[in-house]
Design a protein around this ligand. Sequence first.
Ligand SMILES: C[S@@+](CC[C@H](N)C(=O)[O-])C[C@H]1O[C@@H](n2cnc3c(N)ncnc32)[C@H](O)[C@@H]1O
Length: 244
Amino acid sequence: MYSDSDAAALYDTLNPWGDNDAFYLAHVLRARAALDVGCGTGRLLHRARDAGHPGRLTGIDPDRAALDRARRRTDVEWVEGTAADIGGQAEFDLATMASNAFQCLVSDEDLHASLTAIRAALTDDGRFVFETRNPAAEQWRDWHPGNAVDVTDRHGRELRVLHRVESAERGLVTFTETTATRDGVPLRTDRATLRFLTEPELRAALAAAGFTVADVRGGWHGEPLTDTCLSIVVTAEPAGAPAR
Ligand SMILES: C[S@@+](CC[C@H](N)C(=O)[O-])C[C@H]1O[C@@H](n2cnc3c(N)ncnc32)[C@H](O)[C@@H]1O
């Protein structure tokens, strides 16, 4: 009723460029070689190339429809796979996971395998920059049909996108996203589970994979992290990295 390809295009419509994207773009433009993990439709690396990044840009994502959209540009390297599949060895001085892609790492095993693979892909002076929704802010409480969003897709279809939380316990939130007509006829429903880690849990997971935390913020402009911040923005470095 509503194809994967249309859903990938709708993601870009629903998520216009914002301060979070500008934050990551600034990091990418300072990097020699950047790996965007969970790159989705590729818009961060598209922008980086548009802005004149001269070096290596690689995006990896397991979602083929999103990656097909990314592949509309061929001046960036696109890889179909998960974070744990990253095979690179010390090739990148920056890895990013933008727009809460980090929260797709749900099980302890996948989290550890993914972080270990990202660490292995980084040079010793590299950085891993990502954000994850702050569990203290409990944003999933806003994911209900009363907050449905009306949107017009690339074919001019008038749609309504709404969320329903099925469960929220022990840091795991399972929810559905339904794309419907404006009068409520469902066209597709996707189900997902996201993991919400606290700052101490993030630090422990990163340390177990060979990272130290260089910086933790509560937003895109250097805000200190408090319980009301929506995001935890983390910069991690390989453990034992030389002082800079
Ligand atoms: C919310 S989207 C963010 C996409 C993109 N980073 C952006 O800024 O628009 C999360 C992305 O993470 C990807 N993803 C899911 N599981 C993943 C995994 N295990 N490793 C890497 N990426 C994953 C999804 O396919 C999806 O494209």
